[in-house]
Ligand binder design. Structure first.
Ligand SMILES: *Cc1c(COP(=O)(O)O)cnc(C)c1O
Length: 414
């Protein structure tokens, strides 16, 4: 294992022998095409992000939030990327890479269906076969996304093992990849998994901070005091942070899902939250050493969040490293605060954010007006990782249950 596969003690390639040929071939392709721009890969990727994806996405001043928090608040609008979230940056990059590698078939896992949908879109755009593994439980609760994937001509394979959610879907996709290495590439959905995935996915997502760094200088004449992004696996997070990591005066906040509580039920093997970066312990999951939600025996705990995209027991190894180094500050906000932030942005700024992104927005409220320490500074960039249309059913149901004051308004129109 080369030292470059690691971030301090985190990362690496903890995979079965059968997967090593695939990992080695991918590492070689990553270095040649993505890092060295062989055959003009990077140029084609950038052009397709513009023409198919609609990049660059705007950096927009949020006028009423700026007033409310008494500082300059800018929103990086990844919700306006084709497909409605940052996920396309990575899916398009990896599917294009697979074509450069001469692969004829794509496999991918999906949890809530957002990554599966982005991958299916990229495959349809580039004319390559696509199979998605999705847990049975997730299929039943995310039907619209299953239809979206099928509309793009992807096959959706149900996974019946265990709890039938994301963790099992990743295992099944790795198994498929290991047996079909010759013609297949595995498009992983976040900055997780064995090297080179965490670095490669980060590189594809870094376009977010490349643009934002330029844009904030154009708008405000200087770099921001802080950048705030939600973290599930952490791909929008690393994408929003990467170009700022070397800017020592820019503070980076990774906002995790605090769920309904931070207290773990060890007997049931359940964590009522997904705050692996803030509260997890070191361990190995899906091919990488990172911070995980686990019991003292190393058993992985089921996570929870009102936002499906943040509901994962692990986190990217680079974020774990940057958090230990003190470069990234891990924080978390609960389900209720995220729901309130969802309604606040919708009412005050005319933007319906994804429930995932609502966590980043909720931290801004907590720091400026609530209980969290306010060290965000006078100029803040918040990454709006996606739009919330996909979350409307959940938001209506969960807001009514909690008596959040936007709920009765919705009742009238039922
Ligand atoms: C999937 C998703 C996330 C969480 O994934 P990361 O890898 O942590 O970025 C965040 N926001 C949206 C809109 C998503 O779809």
């Amino acid at each position: 294992m080369s030292s470059e596969s690691k971030f301090g003690d985190y990362g690496g390639q903890y995979v079965p022998e059968a997967l090593m040929p695939a990992i080695e071939e991918l590492t070689d392709a990553y270095e040649r095409y993505v890092l060295d721009n062989e055959d003009g890969f990077v140029d084609e990727f950038r052009e397709r992000l513009r023409e198919f994806g609609g990049r660059p996405t705007p950096l927009q001043r949020a006028d009423r939030l700026s007033e409310r928090y008494d500082r300059e608040v800018y929103l990086k609008r990844e919700d306006l990327l084709h497909g409605g979230a940052h996920k396309l940056n990575n899916a398009l990059g990896q599917v294009l890479l697979a074509k450069y590698m001469g692969k004829e078939r794509i496999v991918a896992e999906t949890g809530a269906g957002q990554h599966g949908t982005a991958t299916a879109m990229a495959c349809a755009h580039l004319g390559i076969d696509c199979e998605i593994y999705m847990g049975r439980t997730d299929i039943n609760r995310q039907r619209p996304n299953v239809f979206r994937m099928r509309i793009h001509d992807a096959e959706v394979n149900p996974v019946d093992i265990g709890s039938g959610t994301l963790k099992e879907a990743i295992n099944e996709t790795m198994r498929d990849w290991a047996t079909n290495v010759e013609d297949t590439h595995y498009v992983i959905g976040s900055v997780v998994g064995p090297h080179p995935f965490p670095k490669m996915v980060r590189d594809f997502q870094s376009v977010i901070s490349e643009e934002a760094r330029e844009q904030v200088r154009d708008h405000a004449g200087r770099l921001p005091d802080s950048v705030v992004a939600c973290a599930g696996g952490g791909s929008n997070t690393m994408g929003a942070f990467h170009e700022f990591v070397g800017d020592e005066d820019v503070d980076l906040y990774a906002v995790e899902a605090g769920g309904s509580s931070l207290t773990i039920d060890e007997e049931e093997g359940l964590a009522p939250h997904s705050a692996s970066l803030s509260t997890g312990d070191e361990g190995v999951l899906h091919g990488a050493r990172t911070k995980l939600l686990q019991n003292p025996d190393g058993q992985i705990l089921e996570s929870h969040s009102v936002s499906a995209g943040l509901d994962y027991s692990g986190v990217g190894p680079e974020l774990a490293y940057l958090a230990d180094e003190g470069r990234v500050t891990p924080v978390n906000v609960g389900d209720d605060a995220a729901l309130e932030a969802f309604h606040r942005l919708s009412r005050m700024e005319g933007i319906i954010p994804a429930l995932e992104s609502s966590h980043a927005l909720a931290y801004l409220e907590a720091a400026a007006l609530g209980d969290a320490p306010d060290d965000l500074g006078d100029l803040v960039v918040v990454n709006v990782s996606g739009r919330g249309d996909k979350d409307l059913d959940t938001v209506i149901e969960e807001s009514e249950r909690r008596d959040i004051d936007a709920a009765p308004t919705m009742e009238v129109f039922r």
